[in-house]
Write a protein that binds this ligand. Structure first.
Ligand code: NAD
Length: 276
C-alpha cells in the first residue's frame, strides 16, 4: 500500500499516515518499530524527550529499508531551546537515531515563559541549512507564536503538530495553516484513549456502515480532512488495523457528522501555560 503524501511548503513530501512512539518503552521500541515497519509504516514520529530514539534507529538499521523511503521526525526538547543547545540537541538525536539527517525537526513546545522559541527557530533554520533536517517545523504553537516567527524570521514552519481529534478540532490553527502553507499534524489523533471517542454515535454509525472499526473511521476522518496523522499502538494487530484505512471512504454526511463533534475537549497540556 502506498500512503498518500502531502507536499510541504519547502517542496518536500510527507507521508500522510505514520506511526508515533510517545510513551513507547525504550526497551521495547526496537521491536515495536520493527513491527510498524513490517506493517507498512514508513513515517515514524519520535522526540528526544521520549527517550526512545535509539530504539527507533536500531529498528531502521535492522530493517534494511532504503533511507529515502523513510520519513523520520524528531523534536527539540524544551530544556534545549536556544542556539548552541539546539545545535547540540540535533547532533545527539542524529547520533541516537544513527542517521545523518532527519526528515523533519520540530520545536516540541513554544514554552512562551522561556521566551526562547524565536531564537530556537533561527537555530532550526541553520540546522536545515546544514542538511541535518530536510524540513523544519513546530509543535503546539498557537497563532501568536506563529505570528512571532513570521515577524522575526524568513522561514514559514513546514508543519505545526498539535493535539487534534474529533472533539478537539483546532479550527483556528487549521485555518491559519491553510492560509500560510503550514501543514497540520495531529497528535493524540485517537484522543489518547482518554475519553470514549469510539462510543460516539457519529463514529460508531460510520464504522458499522463501512464494516470497519471506530479507530479506522477516526483515522480516515483525519486523512480526508487533509491532516497528517500517526496513531500509536504497541500491538502489531492494531498497527495493521490503523494502517488498513485505504479501502473505504467516509461520505460527506459522515464527515459532517464527525465535524459536528468538535467540543473544545482538550485532553493534553495547554501550550500557553505548560511549564514542563
Ligand atoms: P493516540 O491518540 O495515538 O492514542 C494512542 C492510544 O490509542 C493508545 O492507548 C492505544 O492503545 C490506543 N489505540 C491505538 N490504536 C487503537 C485501535 N485501533 N483501537 C483501539 N485503541 C487504539 O495518542 P498519542 O500516542 O499520544 O499520539 C500519537 C503520536 O503523536 C504520539 O505517539 C507521538 O508521536 C505524537 N505526540 C506528540 C505530542 C506533541 O506534543 N508534539 C504529544 C503527544 C503525542
Amino acid at each position: 500500500m502506498t500512503v498518500p503524501t502531502i507536499q510541504l511548503n519547502d517542496g518536500h513530501h510527507i507521508p500522510q499516515l505514520g506511526f508515533g512512539v510517545f510513551r513507547v518503552d525504550p526497551a521495547e521500541t526496537e521491536r515495536i518499530v520493527t513491527d510498524a515497519l513490517e506493517a507498512g509504516y514508513r513515517h515514524i514520529d519520535t522526540a528526544a524527550i521520549y527517550g526512545n530514539e535509539q530504539g527507533v534507529g536500531a529498528a531502521i538499521a535492522k530493517s534494511g529499508i532504503p533511507r529515502d523511503e523513510l520519513f523520520i521526525t524528531t523534536k527539540l526538547w524544551n530544556a534545549d531551546q536556544g542556539t548552541q543547545s539546539a545545535f547540540d540537541a540535533i547532533d545527539l538525536s542524529l547520533e541516537k537515531l544513527g542517521l545523518d539527517r532527519v526528515d523533519l525537526y520540530l520545536i516540541h513546545w513554544p514554552r512562551p515563559d522561556l521566551d526562547k522559541y524565536l531564537e530556537s527557530w533561527l537555530a532550526l533554520e541553520q540546522i536545515q541549512a546544514d542538511g541535518k533536517a530536510t524540513s523544519i517545523g513546530v509543535s503546539n504553537f498557537h497563532v501568536p507564536h506563529l505570528e512571532r516567527l513570521a515577524a522575526g524570521s524568513s522561514t514559514v514552519p513546514a508543519v505545526n503538530q498539535v493535539e487534534l481529534h474529533p472533539t478537539f478540532q483546532q479550527r483556528e490553527l487549521r485555518a491559519y495553516g491553510a492560509e500560510h502553507g503550514i501543514a497540520i499534524e495531529a497528535w493524540g489523533p485517537l484522543g489518547q484513549g482518554k475519553y470514549d471517542l469510539f462510543g460516539l454515535s457519529a463514529i460508531r454509525d460510520a464504522a458499522s456502515a463501512h464494516g470497519v472499526t471506530p479507530a479506522q473511521v477516526v483515522i480516515r476522518w483525519h486523512l480526508q480532512s487533509g491532516i497528517v496523522v500517526f496513531p500509536k499502538s504497541n500491538s502489531a494487530e492494531r498497527m495493521r488495523e490503523n494502517f488498513d484505512v485505504f479501502g473505504f471512504e467516509l461520505t460527506a454526511e459522515q464527515m459532517a457528522a464527525i465535524d459536528a463533534l468538535d467540543a473544545g475537549n482538550r485532553v493534553g497540556s495547554d501550550p500557553d501555560t505548560a511549564t514542563f
